[in-house]
Structures are given as structure tokens and as C-alpha cells.
Ligand binder design. Sequence first.
Ligand SMILES: [Zn+2]
Length: 682
Amino acid sequence: MNILTEEFKTPFNTVPFEQLKNEYFLPALNKAILIGKDEIAAIVSNTQTPDFFNTIEALERSGELVDRISHIFFNLNAAETNPEIQQLAKEISPLLTAFANDIMLDEALFERVKWVHEQQDEFILTAEQKTLLDKVYKGFIRNGANLNNNDKEQLREIDRQLGQLALLFGEHVLSETNAYTLEITQKEDLAGLPESVLEAAAMAASKRNKPAHWVFTLQAPSYLPFMTYAENRQLREKLYQAYASRACKPNENDNHSVIMELVQLRNERAKLLGFGSHAEYVLQERMAETPQKVNSFLDDLLQYALPVAREELAAITAYAQQYQELATLQRWDIPYYSEKLKKEKYNIDDEVLKPYFKLENVVGGIFEVAKRLYGLVFKENNDIETYHPDVKVYEVNEANGQHLGIFYADFFPRPGKRNGAWMTSFRGQKNVNGQVQRPHIAIVCNFTQPTSTKPSLLTFNEVKTLFHEFGHALHGLLANGTYTSLTGTNVFWDFVELPSQVMENWTYEKECLDLFARHFETGELLPAELVQKIKDSSNFMAGYATVRQVGLARLDMAWHTVAPNTITNVDTFENEILQKTELLPQVEGTNISCSFSHIFQGGYSSGYYSYKWAEVLDADAFEFFQERGVFNKETSQLFRKHILSAGGSEPPMQLYKRFRGKEPSPEALLRRSGLLRPNQTS
Ligand SMILES: [Zn+2]
């Protein structure tokens, strides 16, 4: 028996992780694909006249077993992988690509879809059904349904190669991140580092059986504090070099040629489908619509951010000169001196705040926020199985006790976990003729671990990350649609960060912090003046940060709009594009693109701009909350109804206007981040 193809006989039909074995995946998936193909064959051979239900809806409901198995598999590959799973991924990815392509290139199926699309005025369809029909139809066109057989073959081959290259890119970055350690044996080299960081480094050393006393790694909870606090400039430079040269050194993990192949193939694919570039292809289904709009959006922000960023760096340089002779400020100086200056200016740093942000308290706090805004109740359930003992599981209910979904929270770094933080799902939400399936949502993070003497104490940034991912989770949990592919986070990419980023705003509100920010030892509430300082300091270096984000977004756009045959060298190309946003000296042997996993491994290609785009939305949305109080029920109900529960059921601008009563304006963002000077208007 293979449990992956059976109905899960577990609480809430959650994944039975404890009985799951790696060898189940491939046979289960092969079986699921056969079932999926039968379902498609049944649609195609249906002798009735094609209509929305026997074609579009039937297609939406097909392949569910494939989806279930692949969700579980890829969630594990991201959060708890090992060489065996990585090897399996190489076999599974091409199978899934082939299955998806078989559907997309099925001519008889496309004929039916096309017919329904052309006859749509004959049917009475809801807005949601119209969106689904349009999405399905465009999906076919965008996947080559209108191509001749030769071109279809070529498209399949390109997709197969692209899938493998993306996996390869990610493996290279993961290997390089895990391969490097900075071993320190002299206590004086640790000057400036807080006690908690030293403890973690000592623990990392003993875990590795290293003769050294302290070990630092390239994983964020180790790398970032070292860059922020270590006085030893040479060591900061050394660690920076290691971090920024990941996957761009001439070894077996070099991503230079992977990038060239990726952009070449993406461009070929776009051309084959009738688009000018990969970016044009991607943006056809985005709120931003075209590369021109994205670039002018970015240039607009840059125009406000650059002068502020230059002033900020001048201030840091002047400040740093008090401590040491610095001919030029280098990249490994920025986190260190900006933290020092920030501390002097606001007398606030992570170490002062961390005792108030014990992980368990913050989690309790965010549940309370969800209760005040949406009436939700989170209840831990230890009977639900997990893929790792660190993972916590909660039942989520409405205020009236009605079951809403399952929430998994996986907080700490492990060698088999990807860097960063993300939300994902084990199953989505849907409504089949009144039978509602509620979603199973997970967030995966890499937060500061507890030590032998201290619980997990989060930095303020980690608190914001938790609120961010929790916002995505709410989008998933509050989904209330008919079709899985139009619910939860299944929205346009430049809209998906609105629910997450808007949640970050609450972390600056005293009313919110008072719910959970208590000292883990004394129980004292985070003092009001510290809350004010957090607010005041939140715009510290905002210009620099904006320029950096815009730089990455422009780099992403460039990789996917410039004709690849005009690009001869990854490094030269990158430098050329970054020139406009470059405020610091180049560092030999480092490169951003080779570890830019967002755009070369994940799905953010031609989409990195969407972080800023969504910031415009979230700043504008939060001003609406602020106008009537941050826990105002009417505002939160509007947000729940039109944004969180609506998913991708209608075009995002329409949904947004229904919530806000107007289109978003960039001024709220410029105002919030202090980039709009009094005499300027946007
Ligand atoms: Zn996000």
C-alpha cells in the first residue's frame, strides 16, 4: 500500500508524515499522473457540447492527486531535504513538466476550451467563473496551444531544460552556503559581538567537532549578526567575500553558465510564443502589465530615493571616520557602522529589543492580532503529524468555532532547509457543490534558535518577517472561493505581497506591541519610549535600502528584457546594469546574479519589482486602517472580504478599489519611508 495515493485517515486529512517514506513518491506520482490523464481523456471524449462545467470546471478539478503529492514533495524538498530527496526531485520535476505540457498541448482539449471561450456570452457565468475561463484559455495560449507540432516539441524540450537548470541553480547556492565556515580561535577577534551570538557560534563549533572555539556560517542568523557587530574589519570582509561569492567561483557549484543558459532559453521560449522578451511574456499576467511600466515605476522611486541614499552614506562615512581611517566605505562596513550610528541616534539595537521578543510570546501575539482583526482562534494540536519535531501545528477556527484550516509553523534553521522564510500550503481551499475543503497552510522560517541558557529571542526584523509570512498564511487560511486555482495566494504576483506586507505595519504600533512584547525574564512591557524609537528608526537608511531593492529589480528586468545574444559576460552585464544604483565600490570576485535564487531558482523572474509595487499597495492600505484605528472591525472586514477571501477571483485592481474605495497612490509609501520631502509631490 502506498499512503500517498490513499485517502489520509488522519485528523482533518492532514499529511501522515510519520508513515511517509521517500520511496513512496515516485510510484505514487506515476499512478496519480495516470489517473490525471484518464480525467483529461474523459473531458475530451465527452460527447456533449462543450460548456463551462464539462470543460473548464472539469479541467480545474482534474489532476488533484498529482497536486497533492507534488505539494508534499516540494515542501519537503524546501524545508527538510537530503541527497535522496534532491535526487528524487531530478526525476520528479521532468515528470510533472511533461504531465502539465501534455495537457497544455492537447489539441482536442484546447479546441473545447477555445470553443467555450468564444461562446462565453452564451453562458451565464459568475465573475469568478469568467476569471477561471479567461485564465484557462490564456494558459493554453501562453503554453503553446496555437503552435505547430515542431514548435510544440521545441517548447517541451525548453521547459524540460529550464526545470532542471532551476534546480541545479538552487543546489549550487545551497551547497555553497553550507560549504563555508569561518572558524575563530582568538577571543579578541570576537570583539563587539553580543553574548547570544557568541553562544550560538560556540554551539555551532561543538556541533561540528571543530577544534575551533567559534564557528560562523553563511546562514542568516549567523552571518547577519557577525556583519552587524564584529569590530574586526578584516574578518567582516572575509565573511562578506564568502557570502557574496557564493556560486560564482570557478568550481563545481559555479552558476555563471547556468544563468546564461537560463536567460537564453527563457528568451527563446518567449519568442516562440510571440512575445518580445521573457519579461513581456511574464508581465502580460501582472498588475503592472509591461516592462516599460515596471521600469518607469522603478525609475520614479529611484528619483526620490537616490538623493536620500547619498546623504545617508555620507553621514555613515563621516561617522565611521571617528573610529578608523577609512579611505572608502566598503560593503562590509555598512551593516556595522549603520547599526552603530543607528544605536547612537536612537539608542536602540537588536540586543535591547530581543528580550521583549521571545518567539512564543510573538507567536501568541500574532494569534491575538488575528483574533482582534478577524476573530480567529488558533489551538495547538499535537495529534497532527509533522515532518520534523520542531514543527508546530494549530487548528484555526472562526470566532463561532467553525473550522477554517490547519496552520503549520516551522521556525528554526536546519542544514536541509532553504534560506529565508516562506509560506506554502499542503492543500488549498475549494468548494465543490457546497462541499468545502479547508486549506492546510505552512510557514517556514530560519529564526534565531534557543541556546542552552536562553529561549529563542527574535530580532525586530525577525518579528516583522513572522508578521509578513503570517499575512501570507492568512491569505491562504481565509480563502473562500470555489476553485483552488483562484483562491488564497493564487493571485497575480505583484499583488501577492499585499496581505503579507500590510501585516508588517502592525509591528510598529504600540497598541499591537502591547499585546505580546514583554521582557522574557521580568515580564515588563516594552517601554513606550522604545516603541517610539522603533518607529523613528524604521526609516533609518530607507533611501539606501530602496536604492538596493530598485537595483535588484532593475537587474532582474534587465536579465529578462535584453536580448541574450548581446550578453557576453555575466559579470560585465551585471555591473553595467547596477551602475545607476551603485553607491559603493565594486568588490572583486563577488556577484549578485549567481546567488539570486529569487529570479533564477524561484518564480520571481521579471517579478522582483513586485516587492516595491506591493509596498505601494500596503502603505496605501494601512493608511486606511490607521484612519479608523488599527484594529477597526469595519476596515478589517472589508480587507478580509475583498482581499484575503477573494484570492484571484477577479482582477486585483477591482478588488483593491472595492476595499479602499479608490486606486492606490505611491504617496503613502513615500510618506511612510520619509522619501517625500516637504516641497515634493509625487
Ligand atoms: Zn512575501
